[in-house]
Design a protein around this ligand. Structure first.
Ligand code: AMP
Length: 541
C-alpha cells in the first residue's frame, strides 16, 4: 500500500525562499578580497539569487547545464549556490588550488558552460583557457568598475550580469531526483572523480546535519570550510534553513584575520579542518587571545589530535565536536557530540571518547568488514574496511558506467576503522596509508597524533616505506615549532611512552614544511615516492 502524503520534488531554492520569508534580517557577513567586510542578509541574498537565475535563463542556459564557480567564501558564492541550482542547472564548485592539469581535466569532463571566477583567479583561467573545450563565457565576481583587463572569452562582471535579472523570478518545479551540484574528489591517484548531488540528497543531508552538531538558531557560524570543498559540509543549505548568521572569511585564513572576524562577529560555532585551527590556536597562544564567543567547534577532514582538543577545551573553554565524512557522502557521516555519560567522566576519559570520529548521524549506516567482506564485530578492536550506505551517499561517479556500490548498496570509503560496543567509529587510517609491518597493521594516524603531543612538534606525518624484512616500516616526518632539528632520541623516548615498541618509526626526518593538498590534507604519497628506496637501500634497516 502506498502512503497518502504529497509528492516531493524539492528544489534547494526553497531553502533561500524560506530564509527570506522567516529570517530576512539574519546577516550574511563576508570578508571580501579587498579585506573589507561586506554585510548583507537572507532577504537580499534571495533576491539576488533570483536575479542571477533569471539572467541565466535569459541568456539561454537551461536545466542540466553545468556551470562552474572558482570562488571564495563570500555572499556571491552563496547566491550562485541558489541562482544556478535553483534554475535547474548544476553548480560545479572548482578548487582554486588544483594542479592546472587536473583543473583542465575536471572542467572538460564536467562540460562546464560558464565559469564564475573571483578576480584574483582570472590569471589561473587565462593560462588554461585554450584547453577548456566547453566554456562559453566567464563571469568575473566583481562590479563593472573592478573589472580586470582580461582575455577571457565573453568576460563580464557579475554585477552587470545580474543587473537586469528579474527580482520576482519564480523557481521551476524540478524533476524528481534532479541534479543540483557537482564536486570532484581530491583523489591522489588517477583522474579526479565527480560526485553529482541531487536537490533531494542535499536537503536530506542538511536536515540530518542540523540534528547532529548542537546547532542553535541563535548561532553565528564561521564557515572556514571552503564552499568548493564538498559544498562546505552543507552549511550553505542548513544555514539559511535554520536562519543562522553566516560569517565567511574570503581569502584570509591565517590566525590573525580569523581571530579578528570571530571576535567582531561574535562567532559561536566554527567549522574547519585541523590545519586551519592549528594556525588560529598558535596565533591566540602567541598573542594571549581567548576565543571568548566560541562555544563549539566542528573539526573534520583529518583526524583531530589530543593537543588541539586539549587546547580548545582548557585554554578557550570551547567544546570540540569531531566529525567525519567524505565527498562521496555529501559529506557528513559521523559526529561526536557530548553525551550525558560524559558529564560524570574525568577529562582524560572524555577526551578519549572525543578523539573518536563519532556515531553515525541518522540516515547513515556503517559497517566494518575484513578483506573477504565478512562483517567484523563492534568490539573496539577489530579493524577493517569501513562501508557506508544512505540517501546522501554516492551510487555512481559522474558519467561512470558502473555503480560504485556493491550489490547491497554499500560504498567502500577507503578508510580503515573500528566500531565499538557504544556505537562510536574510529578511523585508524586510509586503507592506502595504513602501514603493513610483518603482517600487522600500524595506524599512521595514531602514530602522528602521538608525535604531535611532543611539545616541540608543530606537525607530524607518518608514512609506510618499503622494508626488506618487514614489508613496510614507519618513517616519521616532523616540522618543529622553531623549524630547527631536535634530538631524535627525545622523540623516540616520548613515543615509547605512548605506543607499542614495534610501532616506533625506524627513521625521523625533519622538514621545513609538510606537503598539503588542495583541501588541507597531507599528501603522503609525495613523501612515500621520495623516500621509497630509503629502507631498501639499507640506509637504516
Ligand atoms: P574528502 O572527500 O576530500 O573530504 O576526504 C575524505 C576523507 O578524509 C575520508 O575518507 C577520511 O579518510 C578523511 N577524513 C575526513 N574526516 C576525518 C576525520 N575526522 N578523521 C580522520 N580522517 C578524516
Amino acid at each position: 500500500m502506498i502512503g497518502d502524503m504529497q509528492k516531493w520534488s524539492p528544489n534547494v531554492a526553497s531553502i533561500i525562499e524560506h530564509a527570506k520569508q522567516f529570517h530576512p534580517e539574519t546577516e550574511v557577513i563576508s570578508r571580501m578580497v579587498s579585506g573589507d567586510i561586506h554585510r548583507t542578509n537572507y532577504d537580499e541574498v534571495c533576491i539576488r539569487s533570483r536575479k542571477l537565475a533569471s539572467a541565466l535563463v535569459k541568456d539561454g542556459y537551461k536545466e542540466g547545464d553545468v556551470i562552474a564557480t572558482l570562488a571564495l567564501n563570500t555572499y556571491r558564492h552563496l547566491e550562485m549556490y541558489y541562482g544556478i541550482s535553483g534554475m535547474g542547472a548544476v553548480t560545479h564548485t572548482l578548487n582554486f588550488r588544483l594542479h592546472p592539469e587536473q583543473a583542465v581535466y575536471i572542467i572538460n569532463h564536467a562540460e562546464d558552460k560558464i565559469i564564475f571566477v573571483e578576480a584574483p583567479f582570472v590569471p589561473i583561467l587565462e593560462a588554461l583557457k585554450d584547453q577548456l573545450n566547453t566554456v562559453e563565457k566567464y563571469i568575473i565576481l566583481c562590479d563593472q568598475s573592478e573589472m580586470p583587463d582580461t582575455q577571457l572569452k565573453n568576460a563580464i562582471s557579475y554585477e552587470s550580469y545580474i543587473e537586469d535579472g528579474d527580482e520576482n523570478y519564480e523557481w521551476p518545479q524540478l524533476k524528481d531526483d534532479a541534479a543540483c551540484a557537482l564536486c570532484y574528489t581530491s583523489g591522489t591517484t588517477g583522474n579526479p572523480k565527480g560526485v553529482l548531488y541531487s536537490h533531494k540528497s542535499n536537503i536530506l543531508h542538511a536536515q540530518a546535519s542540523l540534528t547532529a552538531m548542537l546547532i542553535k538558531p541563535s548561532d553565528s557560524i564561521l564557515m572556514v570550510v571552503p564552499l568548493f570543498h564538498v559544498l562546505a559540509w552543507g552549511i550553505p543549505y542548513y544555514g539559511p534553513m535554520f536562519g543562522l548568521k553566516l560569517v565567511m572569511p574570503g581569502m584570509q585564513m591565517e590566525g590573525e584575520p580569523l581571530f579578528d572576524l570571530i571576535d567582531r562577529e561574535d562567532v559561536s560555532l566554527a567549522f574547519g579542518v585541523p590545519t586551519i585551527w592549528m594556525g588560529l590556536l598558535a596565533y591566540c597562544r602567541e598573542n594571549n587571545k581567548i576565543l571568548s564567543s566560541v562555544k563549539n567547534t566542528i573539526i573534520g577532514g583529518s583526524a583531530l589530535s589530543l593537543s588541539t582538543l586539549q587546547e580548545f577545551d582548557e585554554v578557550h573553554d570551547v567544546n570540540v565536536i569531531h566529525a567525519w565524512g567524505m565527498t562521496e557522502m555529501s559529506p557528513l557521516g559521523t559526529t561526536n557530540v557530548p553525551t550525558l555519560e560524559m558529564e560524570s567522566m574525568s577529562k582524560e576519559e572524555k577526551y578519549a571518547i572525543q578523539l573518536k570520529q563519532g556515531k553515525p548521524i541518522y540516515g547513515v549506516e556503517l559497517k566494518v568488514v575484513d578483506d573477504a567482506g565478512n562483517d567484523l564485530p563492534h568490539d573496539g578492536e577489530s579493524q577493517g574496511h569501513l562501508l557506508v550506505r544512505g540517501p546522501w551517499i554516492l551510487q555512481k561517479y559522474f558519467k561512470a558506467e558502473n555503480d560504485a556500490v556493491d550489490k547491497d548498496g554499500w560504498f567502500d570509503t577507503g578508510d580503515i576503522s573500528v566500531l565499538d560496543q557504544d556505537g562510536y567509529m574510529t578511523i585508524k587510517d586510509r586503507a592506502k596509508d595504513v602501514i603493513k609491518s610483518g603482517g600487522e597493521w600500524i595506524s599512521s594516524i595514531d602514530l602522528e597524533n602521538a608525535a604531535f603531543g611532543h611539545p616541540e612538534v608543530a606537525e607530524a606525518c607518518v608514512v609506510g616505506i618499503p622494508h626488506p624484512k618487514w614489508d613496510e616500516r614507519p618513517m616519521l616526518f616532523i616540522v618543529t615549532n622553531t623549524g630547527e632539528e631536535i634530538d631524535k632520541q627525545s622523540i623516540l623516548d616520548f613515543l615509547a611512552s605512548k605506543v607499542a615498541k614495534w610501532w616506533l618509526p625506524d627513521e625521523i626526518i625533519f622538514l621545513k614544511e609538510l606537503p598539503h593538498g588542495a583541501t588541507g590534507k597531507l599528501q603522503k604519497f609525495e613523501l612515500r615516492d621520495e623516500y621509497t628506496n630509503y629502507y631498501m637501500e639499507n640506509k637504516n634497516a
